[in-house]
Design a protein around this ligand. Sequence first.
Ligand SMILES: *Cc1c(COP(=O)(O)O)cnc(C)c1O
Length: 483
Amino acid sequence: MNNTYYNKLVFELSKAGRQGFSLPTNEFEGCYSIPNEIKRNDPPLLPEADEQTVVRHYTNMSNNNFGVDTGFYPLGSCTMKYNPKINEENADHPAFRQLHPLAPASAVQGALEVYYNTQKMLSEIGGMSEFTLNPFAGAHGELTGLMVIRNFHIKRGDLKRTKIIIPDSAHGTNPASAAVCGLEVVEVKSNENGTVDVEALRPLLGDDVAGMMMTNPNTLGIFETQIPEIAKMVHECGGLMYYDGANLNALLGVCRPGDMGFDVMHINLHKTFSTPHGGGGPGAGPIGVRQGLENYLPNPQVKKNDDGSFFVDYSSDSLGSISGFFGNFSVVLRAYTFLLSCGKENFAKMGSLAVLNANYIKEMLKDDYELPIGGLCKHEFVFNGLKDKSQHVTTLDVAKRLLDYGFHAPTIYFPLLFHEALMIEPTETESKDTIDGFIKVMKEIAKEAAENPELVKTAPHNTPISRVDDVKAVKEPKLTFKF
Ligand SMILES: *Cc1c(COP(=O)(O)O)cnc(C)c1O
């Protein structure tokens, strides 16, 4: 709903003397008093409003939110799939919610069992020997995984290995994590098929290479067919292979990074295993390692005794601690619920449906939008803007116009390989009806761009806020409300 009256700021709705709150009695009255020198002299400037006004304000504001629960959200690389509500119920269960992170292992056996079982399931899914659930996000997992690789080389006394090879199609977090880890990033080019150019890789390999990071399917949604050969080359030069499995949808239950020759990997639980993750959180980026690297994983580690009970272990070879306690346990609970309720036998269906949905949209729209790399894609693909560029309608314009039709925009201007990148990932959870609706709208926008380009260039027209000046917003941000 777009109700202009209630889109006012709560300060604008304020009327002196109105109130709608009742505070609980202060049980600490007289126990502690705030020293006079830090007490404020004037009452705080807070809005004054009755309960009904406050309820309407926040309810209307929540209606301005866009999320997977309100509409189609084809944000490429982000996997905005439906988040089953049973995940939320389990994460909110008082037996889990009220746990204390310092409780002794004997008192939290159930939670440790969930943790341990999730580690085991992910190990099987990834073809890895062991997993840790400690990292808070994909990028955090990358950093942790790269620290494992660096520690592996350092512990062997091999101190020259300071370079990490990353394809030009990589997600931006890859080079960022490598830089934070103190590694020097060496970029390898993609060929005209959008996959890693093996001949360009060869001269980059040497005894100063710590490893190589790859995403498969890569961020163009294309399956890298030469992984076994690449892994062999990197291993022969003494480096390790890192797999960015932020989105494992397309491969889940079909093939495993461990079997392809990867040594270290991460999975984004918030993408592949459905945790609501708009606006930067919450997340979890567990990492897995092949046999021989387990001891380098961060502390604490959850392990199982011979009698079936669980304990918390600290390895002395470990790279140390990378998160408070055990990471984001509520996200682990959601992923565990998702894995159990989906069932191993259905994993492969997730991937094939996600791939089918992406290919269907690509084929239906490729006459209207420029498809730089054709052929079969995996769970996502990239257009390079409108096919007809004569009216100078950009990818940004198309994205803004989509908002008028009630769809979230796809990822735009990423990856950086094409100037007008428009990256679409429908996920497996959308119905054909929704997808057909999206296709129809995308075709309509292409038509508008040709016949009435101003309409698209000035979009959005139906949203609470019209087009913002991105440059001004960055250069002159207004972060507080001023009367
Ligand atoms: C999302 C994503 C990441 C980063 O994950 P965050 O949880 O956002 O840090 C890394 N690599 C790829 C391929 C991704 O899609």
